[in-house]
Design a protein around this ligand. Structure first.
Ligand SMILES: [Zn+2]
Length: 392
């Protein structure tokens, strides 16, 4: 195989050289020119090579006549059909034999399975690159960036299809994790202790065969877990519609023995980096996701006796947190985070005062006091304002 591949490389390189316009060589004087010309040639050569070797592989390893997967009858070759894939080196196209079942059970092309072509129009490498960009950019911003790396004909719509496909796989995986972790956490305490204790049955041996290891509760033993939950409106499909995206961030904390000189703030230390999850779904489904996420960050550990919930004070967060994050013998402290406290302060001021000047004069000192004096002065000021205009 290596010899044949080598022969193909030489053959295609010579063919490319013969096709080169002579003008190109005159540009290859400075490094910039040499790089530009070489860069122009590389994808052409790569595309030809990838496509050529795939075709060759189909010939070398051509499977014998297939049998129908349903009725086991020998299938009949009907014609050659073409297939197109978008890869990192360009568009690849081949023709391969297509077979049908004589009993009418449908048809297939044996090389598809042989080469693991999959059903999608893109290679995995393209999907990975596009998805990595899509994590931070709008779909229509991605094609020009991809084109600085490879010569790929993509548009925003194509990008969206790739990302949605990858996202669907990731989401299915997360849902499987949620189901498995929820079941795992609901197991009787004895069984759970045995499974999570190192050196006994062992996590691998105790694991049901159908579940990947990632679905197991972690061997993480935090003393506390900080869970921050929020909702934000996000544009969907290039800004046509807005939907609420709910987000939760989990951070497991460890209590460390304070030294005589240590400040109180150093008593807690993060056990690991924060992790986040998000969903565009009704609240119960999202809470199930948050719970699974919290379980992955050590919520079920017997050491975890404190959950600190950070939020904007929204009713659905405050009301439902106990059901999904609470457990026997643990305490939930709900804290309105300072950023949302400021938001609420200004919203109250704007609804109360008619002019921006009056609003600022009242809210600004309270906004500053929040850093040092916490909510006390704000609550006092609000009480006074309500008393001034009863029912207002
Ligand atoms: Zn059949």
């Amino acid at each position: 195989m290596v010899k044949e591949f080598g022969e193909l490389v030489v053959q295609e390189a010579l063919a490319l050289l013969n096709r080169l316009p002579p003008i190109l060589t005159t540009q290859m004087i400075t490094l910039e020119g040499i790089e530009a010309v070489t860069r122009q040639l590389t994808p052409i050569f790569g595309q030809t090579l990838a496509q050529g070797w795939t075709r060759k592989t189909m010939q070398i390893r051509e499977p014998s006549t297939p049998h129908c997967l349903k009725c086991a009858m020998t299938m009949r070759k009907v014609d050659y059909r073409s297939i197109t894939k978008l890869g990192m080196l360009g568009t690849y196209q081949w023709r391969r034999a297509y077979y049908v079942c004589p009993a009418g059970d449908g048809g297939l092309a044996p090389p598809d399975a042989l080469l693991a072509l999959g059903r999608q129009r893109f290679t995995t490498a393209v999907a990975q690159a596009v998805t990595a960009f899509a994590a931070t950019l709008r779909f229509d911003q991605i094609p020009p960036l991809i084109n600085t790396l490879v010569d790929l004909e993509l548009d925003g719509d194509t990008i969206r299809r790739v990302v949605e496909r990858v996202g669907n796989v990731a989401e299915a995986d997360e849902q499987a994790t949620i189901t498995a972790l929820t079941a795992e956490a609901a197991r009787p305490e004895g069984a759970e202790a045995e499974a999570t204790q190192p050196g006994t049955a062992g996590p691998v041996a105790a694991q049901p065969e159908s579940q990947p290891g990632a679905h197991r509760l972690p061997a993480l033993a935090p003393d506390a877990l900080v869970v921050s939950v929020d909702g934000a409106m996000a544009p969907f499909r290039a800004g046509h519609t807005y939907h609420e995206v709910k987000v939760a961030v989990c951070r497991p904390l460890q209590r460390v023995s304070p030294t005589p000189t240590a400040s109180a703030a150093s008593v807690w230390q993060p056990l690991q980096e924060s992790g986040y999850c998000l969903g565009v779904e009704p609240r119960p489904a999202f809470w199930a996701r948050v719970r699974a996420h919290a379980l992955q960050h050590g919520l079920a550990s017997p050491t975890c006796t404190l959950v600190i919930l950070l939020g904007d004070g929204a009713d659905w967060i405050w009301r439902d947190a106990d059901e999904y994050l609470g457990k026997l013998g643990s305490l939930i402290i709900k804290i309105l985070d300072i950023f949302h406290a400021r938001e609420h302060l200004w919203a109250y001021a704007r609804s109360y005062f008619d002019t921006e000047i009056a609003c600022k004069a009242w809210a600004e000192p309270l906004n500053d006091l929040l850093d040092t004096d916490r909510p006390g002065p704000i609550l006092a000021a609000i009480t006074t304002s309500i008393h001034r205009f009863p029912g207002g």
